[in-house]
Design a protein around this ligand. Sequence first.
Ligand code: BG6
Length: 528
Amino acid sequence: MSDSSSAATLTRPTAPVNRPRPNPLRAGIDSNRLQDPCNIIFFGASGDLMKRMLLPAMYNLRLEDMLPSDFGIVGFSRSSYTDEQFRAEMKKSIDEFSRSGPAKEPMWGDFEKRISYISGDFDDVACFRSLREHLENNDKVLGTKSNRLFYLSTPPSLFSPIINMIEQSGLGPRDNRDGWTRIIIEKPFGTDLDSARALQSEVEKVFNERQVYRIDHYLGKEPVQDIMALRFANVIFEPLWNRRYVDSIQITAAETVGVELRGGYYDSAGAMRDMIQNHVLNLMTLVAMEPPALSDFEAIRDEKFKVLTALRPIDRNRVFLDTARGQYDAGSIAGKPVAGYREEPDVAPDSNTDTYAAIKLYIDNWRWADVPFYLRSGKRLARKGSEIAVRFKSIPHRLFGELGDTIDNNVLVMKIQPEEGISLRFSAKVPGPKMHIRSVSMDFNYGTGFGVASPPAYERLIGDAMRGDATLFTRWDAVEAAWGAVMPVLERWQDVIDETFPNYAAGGQGPASAERLLAADGREWRKI
Ligand code: BG6
């Protein structure tokens, strides 16, 4: 360094810069990730999920510079659109649903050139051959290198026919020697154990397990991924994370929405199939699993699977004691009157379908043997809120507290949505001369903590599938075990008409039977 330059540096006064102080928690947050060039083919591209979630996710991945520089988006559906019409539809969906607001130039102009559309029947091999030619052409024009990610976002009845056509038209992985072929399959993966097995046998005729990405969008939510960080990147929780210190665990996925326009699907599904069998059980596996030895995705999925295999089978004779089901009646949400479930479009007027489901489960292993896990999910409840609450045991001996003080159990709550954070409830002394004890809470909020909004689950998951990372996708053995776990309940619920339906008012806490489920154990649900 020359003398003059160092003098200049020393003598020149620095203008005060009014920069916000950097948030140290943001250091290291990814901005760019490279992925292989590829085509992503959306089956069911004219549907609602594409408009609301999938295409906005692709667009935002592009905005965040997370997509490879060479990519193509191909929509495939029955509706007839030209490429231009389809692009115009997709632009509308971004304008309406994208988290980054309306589509912006010049980004949109570049993005839309990569979007194309094929109109065709899902069981017509000729349409799939056209798709194949189209993809081969994209490889030449867009440089997508024969890498293909298929995304099944059609009604589930079309999953098998599409997979079959992929194979027959030469689009399957065995015929693609020049690149990779993967498939994302939306939920539900089957409607019961038998149909899930039947679907799986079609899937495995064409794809091997490493090429299959069964999506559960809950696993893409940031706070869900943080469950593992909380448990395995800290030393203080894990020693308490077992039957010696944990009294019980409650997992809740509560919604205020009703079935909206999905009555046709939902009336043959219900809350146990729609939410508990997949999203809620997946949360449970993350809370209950043993620490994996490696952060490798198969090691993590192995541990999750072991939890499901250790679930105590539900005794058919105890189904009505260990579960609760509900169906919403008319009521009000946020002060507005809403209809009852049986009045919703495409719902049978005497429907026996559960819009609320709760279940008590035990995991028969050394860690959890006698700790009840209470799982619940419902529509049209008082508040939208998904959370996991770990309630610890009571103190063994009471030393403090004036007469009349209750010393509450410690509770650690992992808040998944809409709030995203962690809260720990513990006892503290109320200021003053007496030894009064009250519960207080210590809260961490992701948004304010890290100063960045969590990316929507679909962005994370589509990006992961493009990179070939299956950690956040469900392996077949886990899907099969989860169906196995809920089948006794589904069968008994189907056999016995619930004469009390509708049994909870929209906007409330759910059915009284759910309160009884916990009261029988001397416990209460956390307020929704
Ligand atoms: C879907 C269910 O998987 O999850 C819907 O089919 C439900 O019925 C939705 O409303 C809830 O997702 P989220 O992300 O809003 O909690």
